[in-house]
Each structure stands twice: as C-alpha cells, then as structure tokens.
Design a protein around this ligand. Structure first.
Ligand code: ZN
Ligand code: ZN
Length: 77
C-alpha cells in the first residue's frame, strides 16, 4: 500500500504533486489538479511577494502626502 507523505497514512491511491513532488492521498490534496494541499493553499493565497508590494505602494502614497503637507507649511512661513 502506498503511504501519503503528508498525513503518513497507508492509502489505496496516491498522487504525486506536480508543484512540489510530494506523494499525497485524496484527503491531502486535489487528485484532479495533481496538487497537494500545501500548493493549493499557496495558489489560493497568491504570492507573498505581491502582498508586500501592495503594502509598499501604500506607504509610498502616504510619504507623498506628508511631503505635500510640509511644502504647504514652508509656503506659509
Ligand atoms: Zn494524506
Ligand atoms: Zn505540492
């Protein structure tokens, strides 16, 4: 009997994840997509790098607002 590398159970059928190559059972992934639960989770949540990029964009936006604020103050002085 094949063994699932994720849950460690003896199962009748396993698949190899096409993303990370782990052997998983039906409980630990999607047989139709040939993806383990870890890779499905990563795909559904998108890349972490993209999320960081969005946060950086927002920070830059605030920085620009602050600069405008200081410029206005200089004009008044
Ligand atoms: Zn499993
Ligand atoms: Zn995987």
């Amino acid at each position: 009997m094949p063994v699932c590398e994720i849950c460690g159970e003896d199962v009748s059928e396993v698949k190899e994840c096409k993303m990370c190559g782990v052997i998983f059972c039906q409980d630990c992934g999607d047989f139709e997509r040939e993806l383990c639960e870890d890779c499905i989770f990563e795909m559904e949540n998108g890349g972490e790098d993209e999320e960081d990029f969005d946060i950086e964009d927002e920070e830059n936006f605030f920085d620009e607002d602050e600069e405008d604020f200081f410029e206005d103050e200089d004009d008044e002085w």
